[in-house]
Structures are given as structure tokens and as C-alpha cells.
Design a protein around this ligand. Structure first.
Ligand SMILES: C[S@@+](CC[C@H](N)C(=O)[O-])C[C@H]1O[C@@H](n2cnc3c(N)ncnc32)[C@H](O)[C@@H]1O
Length: 216
């Protein structure tokens, strides 16, 4: 199993974010495997760069580029008054969330800037004009059905044959998840499409391989 260096792990653990270490290690291993295809690795849901640190290092190790996409205004559950809100992510002048500066700091401090392209915008809007194959797509964006389905529909078709689709926050039991089960429903949708085959489960992180052409 590919594992990040102690320095990269330290940068991951220092970064604000929601991914626990054991899921991060599974993400890293999948990203190194997918990087061997020689295609970019794309994440939907940068937040402050915690998982992006691992994708960036996997990209560095395999000679590809990591792309990470976010509008940087936060998901529903990260807004003021909600369970996952962090007041430090609010722009003091505008009074709205802006995680882009923290993300850039995270990446700079980790020495990984040159391996990452940050896409700042709404996932469906960027996906609408995307037209290039990807070695890996990691869906970790909005948790509503609207957002999770749009991420799947916009990005899963770009996973190359043999490439990987990763979905985070997959909770089959509703009592385990406060932000809803949309990622679980998208995970089922991917499996039922016949285009993806599951290759690993690490807690709420699912890794699927593109094994079929047609996506429904
Ligand atoms: C759960 S956080 C990502 C966590 C991050 N991967 C980590 O490891 O810490 C979800 C992110 O998705 C972003 N997001 C939600 N809906 C989005 C959309 N439609 N387009 C772009 N970004 C979106 C939010 O702004 C938020 O930063």
C-alpha cells in the first residue's frame, strides 16, 4: 500500500478539514494507483485543502497534476449556525465563508503548490465545459441530493476506463450521518450503472473502478 511521507502526513493532519487519517491513507493509496494512468486526479470539494494535500503528493509521486474544485463558500452544513461551521473560515470584510486563502496557505506550507491546479467555481458549471479524461474523481462536495447527483453526472463520465471514482461520506445507516445520505445514494447509483466496480471500503470512503463504458 502506497503511503505518504511523514512530512506530507504532518501537513494533512495540520490542515483544517473533515477527513480522518485512515480514510486519508486509503485516498492516498488510490490516488497513487490512479496516477499511474498518467491522467489528472480531480477532487470536488477542496475546503481548506486537507485531502488535497494527499492528492497533490500522489500527483507529485506519479508525475501528474491534481485538480481541486470548490466555490469556497462552504456547503450548507458549514454555514454559520450549522454543525460544521468554523468561524475562522469567514471573510471578516464580506461576512461570508471563503476557504480559498486557508487552502492556499495549506498547500504552500506543504510545498505542494506546483502539483495542484485550483478550480474555483460551482461544480456543475465547470463540469459543463470539461472535456478531458481523468485518472481519478473524488466526490467530496455538497451533501444535498441535488449537489451529489450533479457531481456524479458532471464528473463520473470523465473517469477513464481503469480509473477510479471515490465517494466520501457514504453512510448506509441514516443514524450515522447528520448531513444526509445523498453520497450513499450516489454510490448506489454508480454501482447500479454497471460502469463501476467496488474495489475498497474504508469507513465512509468508497473506491470504485471504471469497468464499463456506459454511465446512467
Ligand atoms: C466536505 S467539504 C470538503 C472537505 C475536504 N475534501 C477535506 O478533506 O477537508 C465540501 C466542500 O464542497 C464545497 N462545495 C459544495 N457544493 C459545491 C458545488 N456545487 N460546487 C463547488 N464546491 C462545492 C464546499 O464549499 C466545501 O468546501
Amino acid at each position: 500500500m502506497a503511503a505518504p511521507s511523514p512530512a506530507v502526513l504532518a501537513a494533512f493532519e495540520k490542515a483544517k478539514g473533515f477527513m480522518p487519517l485512515h480514510e486519508g491513507l486509503a485516498l492516498y493509496d488510490a490516488a497513487v494507483e490512479a496516477g499511474a494512468l498518467g491522467l489528472p486526479l480531480l477532487e470536488v470539494g477542496t475546503y481548506c485543502g486537507r485531502s488535497a494535500v494527499l492528492l497533490a503528493d500522489a500527483a507529485r509521486q506519479t508525475g501528474v497534476t491534481a485538480l481541486t474544485l470548490d466555490h469556497h463558500r462552504g456547503s450548507e452544513e458549514q454555514q454559520p449556525g450549522w454543525e460544521y461551521h468554523d468561524p475562522e473560515t469567514v471573510d471578516p470584510e464580506l461576512g461570508v465563508m471563503d476557504t480559498l486563502p486557508t487552502f492556499r496557505r495549506t498547500l504552500y506550507q506543504a510545498g505542494l503548490e506546483e502539483h495542484v491546479v485550483a478550480l474555483v467555481g460551482r461544480s456543475p458549471q465547470v463540469a459543463a465545459f470539461w472535456n478531458a479524461p481523468l485518472g481519478l474523481v473524488f466526490i467530496d462536495g455538497g451533501h444535498t441530493d441535488e449537489h451529489a447527483n450533479a457531481d456524479y453526472e458532471g464528473w463520473a463520465p470523465h473517469v477513464a476506463e481503469g480509473g477510479l471514482l471515490l465517494i466520501h461520506d457514504v453512510f448506509p445507516d441514516p443514524k450515522d450521518e447528520f448531513t444526509g445520505q445523498a453520497p450513499y445514494r450516489v454510490y448506489l447509483r454508480a454501482l447500479e450503472s454497471g460502469a463501476f466496480t467496488e474495489i475498497s471500503v474504508t469507513d465512509s470512503l468508497r473506491v470504485l473502478r471504471r469497468t464499463g463504458a456506459e454511465i446512467k
